[in-house]
Design a protein around this ligand. Structure first.
Ligand SMILES: Nc1ncnc2c1ncn2[C@@H]1O[C@H](COP(=O)(O)OP(=O)(O)OP(=O)(O)O)[C@@H](O)[C@H]1O
Ligand SMILES: [Mg+2]
Length: 548
């Protein structure tokens, strides 16, 4: 029970019965351990020689991936501090789309180093402040090392895309995927003022099993994973005028069961005729607007299909809301909820709308749209899980290309930038002095987890690599030296084409620092229900800090 004791020794109940409480070092240790474990879990996946994880959800569905954000999304984490770390991955994914593993591993390592300092009786706030100073210095180094990239420098964009896919199981198809990613992002990029905007939400990714990754393609338009609804309808319409409907083309059934008494057969016929007339009316409104293609988010009943087919309108039903929105954006059509409202000006335009066979299924391709910015990528691969991982790889490639187009700076990968930051931060620490110096130095060491892990995952001796790496960075022009995970040598990463967007590194360092600082500042955990004994949890029986 959660009591506080007054000075007179009178226990006062202030928290609800069953409330759990952990305080001081114990709370910190528990949080740090839980958060660190998340970093440890992801470590083995970092880099091109990192391994994948197989995740099985409660329904038995399997995901095989190397993507930090995807792994943490599938794993059901319960510990609140560990949850904060999973959010680091999510933020990283939302903001820059790559570097999720790096961010999480870094957060874990920062906490590990912090714990060592706490053990030396250094106050958590001094650690937090040291980390913040380290992160500031890191941003300076990023700006110092980061090189400018021209939006039209295709070869650099390609290297960035290839680096991001280096760790994903897409093998030789990387080259083709990198080209598709660059073409797609360039298509949707636009210049606003002095800045380029490349919002990859405008790129639609459609997946279909069958064939191979090499058959993936870029479509200048939209792909709708639906068939033309009636065999009698045309399979191809040029100069399409597209109507988007949000209401069903059916005679609505009432919610209550109604009874109609019919006395003679003619009444029955009249009743059916009335239904036909209503449907015909609806179809006439569509034809009247001038549409020759119809995408309906709801159902289209048999009779409506028949009438639409007779008039040569290519139609699809039960189209996903997200696809309807994309169609609206791409073709300029306005989504209409009430048929009465459908007018010529609501229709969208596309050069061609055509149903094509993709694998065993049929899909509708809407091409040469009104908006030149709409593109879709069709990903093909032999296995379902492969298609999924290829989609994640493609997403990473699209993200990094758009990061470079928007922020036009790149830094060397392979642990090079982290080693350079560590060097600069270490130098900076000596100018600070005192206990804070220790915290800043710890920050520098934590950053070296990236080259260390890359080496470890490649089966190299991490300590040896780190020693050679530090030596290489001490030399003039050594900033780009990193770990070649295939040969085990320290090489210039820019020359080997391993480069990454600066924005990815900056975001990873910032969010890892933020999350670890947040966890370090907590010294009291009050939970509505008693926390389960987690890793490094309280000894059975509870200590002084357990409950009052
Ligand atoms: N050819 C290479 N040689 C050395 N290091 C490489 C090479 N290609 C990529 N890397 C490094 O691998 C790291 C990225 O690994 P990975 O893609 O597995 O993780 P992430 O980008 O942090 O997270 P995720 O991709 O899961 O969101 C970066 O540090 C990058 O510089
Ligand atoms: Mg990556």
């Amino acid at each position: 029970m959660a009591y506080l004791t007054t000075q007179g020794g009178q226990p006062v109940l202030i928290l609800k019965e069953g409330t759990g409480r952990r305080r001081g070092r114990e709370a910190q240790r528990n949080n740090i351990t839980a958060a660190r474990i998340i970093g440890e879990v992801l470590r083995s996946t970092l880099g091109p020689r990192g391994m994948d994880k197989m995740l099985i959800d409660s329904l038995g569905d399997i995901t095989i991936t190397n993507d930090g954000a995807a792994i943490l999304e599938e794993v059901d984490v319960e510990h609140p501090a560990a949850k904060m770390i999973t959010e680091v991955a999510k933020t990283q994914d939302d903001m820059v789309g790559d570097g999720t593993t790096t961010a999480v591993v870094l957060a874990g390592e920062l906490l590990k180093r912090a714990e060592e300092l706490l053990d030396q009786n250094i106050h958590p706030l001094i650690v937090v402040s040291g980390f913040r100073k380290g992160a500031q210095k890191a941003v300076e180094t990023l700006n110092k090392v980061g090189t400018l990239v021209d939006v039209n420098d295709r070869s650099t964009l390609r290297k960035v895309a290839l680096t991001s896919m280096g760790s994903k199981a897409v093998g030789a198809a990387k080259e083709i995927m990198a080209d598709i990613a660059i073409d797609a992002v360039k298509q949707i990029s636009e210049k606003r003022g002095d800045n380029w905007i490349a919002d990859i939400d405008n790129i639609q990714i459609t997946k279909k099993e069958g064939k191979s990754l090499f058959d993936s393609q870029l479509v200048k338009g939209i792909i709708i994973d639906k068939e033309v609804v009636h065999v009698g309808m045309p399979k191809k319409v040029t100069k399409a005028k597209i109507a988007l409907l949000d209401c069903p083309l059916e005679v609505e059934k009432t919610e209550f069961s109604a009874e109609i008494r019919i006395k003679d057969p003619t009444q029955m016929q009249a009743f059916l005729d009335q239904e036909t007339r209503m449907i015909q009316d609806m179809v006439n409104k569509i034809i009247g607007s001038g549409a020759n293609v119809l995408f309906c988010q709801k159902g289209i009943d048999d009779m409506a299909q028949h009438f639409l087919a007779k008039k040569g309108v290519l139609s699809a039903r039960r189209v996903k809301q997200s696809d309807m929105e994309k169609l609206s954006k791409a073709t300029g059509a306005r989504m209409v909820t009430n048929l009465e409202d459908l007018k010529l000006k609501d229709l969208g335009a596309a050069g061609v709308v055509e149903e094509r066979k993709v694998g065993d299924d049929k899909m509708i391709f809407v091409e040469n749209c009104k908006s030149p910015h709409s593109v879709a990528i069709l990903i093909r691969a032999g296995l379902e899980r492969m298609v999924d991982e290829a989609e994640r790889a493609m997403n990473d490639a699209l993200s990094v290309v758009s990061d470079v187009i928007e922020n036009n700076r790149v830094v060397p990968g392979g642990g090079a930038i982290e080693a350079e930051i560590a060097k600069d931060v270490r130098e900076h620490a000596t100018t600070v002095g005192g206990r804070e110096q220790l915290a800043i130095e710890a920050f520098a060491e934590a950053l070296e987890i990236v080259p260390k892990t890359l080496a470890e995952n490649a089966g190299l001796e991490p300590i040896d690599i780190l020693v050679s790496l530090r030596a290489a960075h001490e030399k003039k022009k050594g900033a780009a030296m990193g770990v070649d995970v295939f040969t085990g040598k320290i090489v210039n990463m820019e020359s080997s084409g391993v480069i990454e967007p600066m924005a990815v590194k900056e975001q990873a360092i910032k969010s890892a620092t933020e999350a670890s600082s947040m966890i370090l500042r907590i010294d009291d955990v009050i939970a509505a229900t008693k926390p389960k004994e987690g890793p490094g949890g309280a000894p059975p029986g509870g200590g002084e800090d357990e409950d009052y």
